[in-house]
Design a protein around this ligand. Structure first.
Ligand code: PMP
Length: 397
C-alpha cells in the first residue's frame, strides 16, 4: 500500500509505539559486537535431543491425532502437568480447568485486554515495565497509569495514590526478576501491594516468566496465595524449556475464563496442538528441575562475571539494581548522563545494550540501561563491560 493510503490505518494500530528494541537489535546483532541488548534465552542450553525424542514419540503414538485441529482451552495432559507443578513448587492449588493454554504469555496480554478493556479504561503498569505488555495493551487504547518500581518492588504509597484517583481494570506486575530491571518484590512489599489492591475494585495480573530462574535467596509468595480472587497468573515455557513452541498459559477465575476462550477462539482457534503434545511428552519424560539447574548454573555464573566486571570497570556513581535471578541487570548512570547518547559511543566500541528509555511510559529516566548476561560467555562479558566502562568514563569528563 502506498504512503498516501496510510490514513486508512485504524486509530488502534496508530496508537501503538514502534518497537524501539527491534531497531536496536538490528544494529547490535553483528557478530563483531558484544551484545548485552538481546532478551533471548541462551540457545546452547535448549534440550534439542530430548525434544527430538519427544516429537518422535508423539508422532509414533498419536500420529494423525497430533496433526489435527484441537480444542481452544488446550491439551488436558499439559494443563494437568502445569497444575501439578504449581502444587509441587509453590503449594498452589489450581484446577486444570482454570488454565488456558496461550500462544506464549504474549498472547495472554492480548486476550486479557480484549476481554477486559474498553477504550479509555484505566490500567496500571510498572515504571519501568515490560515493553511487550505495554505494546499489547496499547492496542486497546487504555489510559496507562504508572507506579514506580524500586529494589524492593512497587512503590506502595504511589500505588495507593493512583488507585484512589482512578478506576483501573487491572494492575500488571512482574514480581519475580522483572524485565527490564531484574528486581524482585520483597515478601513485605508483596503483602503491602496485595493489601492495597484488595481495598479496590480491581485485579492483579502476575506475569512470571522468570520465577523459576532463581540463583539465590528465598522464594517469595505468589500474589495468587495472597489475593486469589483478584489475581490472574500468567506462565510460559519460553525461558524454562524453549520459546519457539510459543506455549504459555493464563490461570483465570471462572467468570473470566469463558470470555478468554471466546477471545482466543476468535484469534487463532487454539495454540499449536503438536507443540502442546511434544511439550507434554517432554515434561513427562524429563526432569525440568534438572534442566533448570543447568540453566541456573550458567546464567548465575555469567551474572556474577558481569557484576564483578561492573565493580572493576564502572566508575563511581554508577549503580546496579540487586537481582537474584532472571536474565537482566539494570544499571543507573550518574545523574544527567543519557544512556541513549552512551549507546552511540558504545556501538563505536563494539558493545551494545538497551537504553532504559523505551521501558518507561511517560517521562523516562534517561540515565538507565538494561544489560542481559545470558547469551555472552563470562570472558566476553568482562571485555564488554570494560569497553562500556571506558565509554562511561569518557562521558564523565
Ligand atoms: N513477559 C515478560 C516479562 C517477558 O520478559 C517476556 C519475554 N521476553 C514475555 C512475557 C513473553 O514471553 P512468551 O515467550 O511466553 O510470549
Amino acid at each position: 500500500m502506498s504512503e498516501k493510503n496510510s490514513h486508512l490505518l485504524s486509530n488502534r494500530i496508530k496508537s501503538v509505539p514502534k518497537s524501539f528494541i527491534r531497531e536496536i537489535l538490528k544494529v547490535s546483532n553483528h557478530s563483531d559486537i558484544i551484545s548485552f541488548a538481546g532478551g533471548l534465552p541462551n540457545a546452547s542450553l535448549f534440550p534439542v535431543s530430548d525434544i527430538a525424542q519427544a516429537s518422535a514419540k508423539v508422532l509414533e503414538q498419536n500420529g494423525a491425532k497430533a496433526l489435527q485441529y484441537s480444542n481452544t482451552e488446550g491439551d488436558l495432559s499439559l494443563r494437568n502437568l502445569i497444575a501439578q507443578r504449581y502444587k509441587e513448587k509453590q503449594g498452589i492449588d489450581v484446577s486444570p480447568e482454570s488454565i488456558l493454554i496461550t500462544n506464549g504469555s504474549q498472547q495472554a496480554f492480548d486476550l486479557i485486554a480484549k476481554a477486559l478493556l474498553n477504550e479509555g479504561d484505566d490500567i496500571i503498569i510498572e515504571n519501568p515495565g515490560y515493553l511487550g505488555a505495554i505494546q499489547s495493551f496499547s492496542l486497546y487504547q487504555p489510559n496507562m497509569l504508572t507506579v514506580e518500581v524500586n529494589d524492593n518492588g512497587m512503590d506502595v504509597a504511589q500505588l495507593e495514590n493512583v488507585l484512589q484517583s482512578s478506576k483501573p481494570k487491572f494492575v500488571y506486575a512482574v514480581p519475580n526478576f522483572q524485565n527490564p530491571t531484574g528486581i524482585s518484590y520483597s515478601q513485605e512489599n508483596r503483602e503491602a501491594v496485595a493489601a492495597t489492591i484488595d481495598k479496590y475494585d480491581t485485579l492483579l495480573i502476575q506475569d512470571d516468566p522468570y520465577g523459576e530462574l532463581r540463583f539465590s535467596g528465598e522464594e517469595k509468595e505468589s500474589f495468587y496465595s495472597l489475593i486469589p480472587d483478584r489475581t490472574i497468573m500468567l506462565g510460559t515455557f519460553s525461558k524454562v524449556v524453549v520459546p519457539s513452541f510459543r506455549i504459555g498459559w493464563i490461570v483465570a477465575p471462572e467468570w473470566l475464563m469463558d470470555s478468554l476462550i471466546i477471545a482466543k477462539q476468535a484469534s487463532d482457534l487454539h495454540t499449536n496442538y503438536f507443540s502442546q503434545l511434544v511439550m507434554s511428552q517432554y515434561l513427562t519424560d524429563n526432569s525440568v528441575d534438572e534442566h533448570l539447574e543447568t540453566i541456573i548454573g550458567l546464567y548465575s555464573k555469567q551474572r556474577d562475571a558481569m557484576l564483578s566486571a561492573i565493580e572493576e570497570y564502572f566508575p563511581e556513581g554508577v549503580t546496579t539494581a540487586t537481582s537474584d535471578g532472571g536474565m537482566f541487570l539494570w544499571v543507573t548512570l550518574p545523574e544527567g548522563m543519557s544512556s541513549m547518547e552512551l549507546f552511540d559511543d558504545a556501538l563505536e566500541s563494539k558493545v551494545a545494550f538497551v537504553p532504559g528509555h523505551p521501558f518507561y511510559v511517560g517521562e523516562p529516566k534517561e540515565n538507565t540501561m538494561r544489560l542481559s548476561y545470558v547469551t555472552v560467555d563470562s570472558e566476553t562479558i568482562r571485555e564488554g563491560i570494560k569497553r562500556l566502562g571506558k565509554c562511561i568514563k569518557n562521558k564523565m569528563q
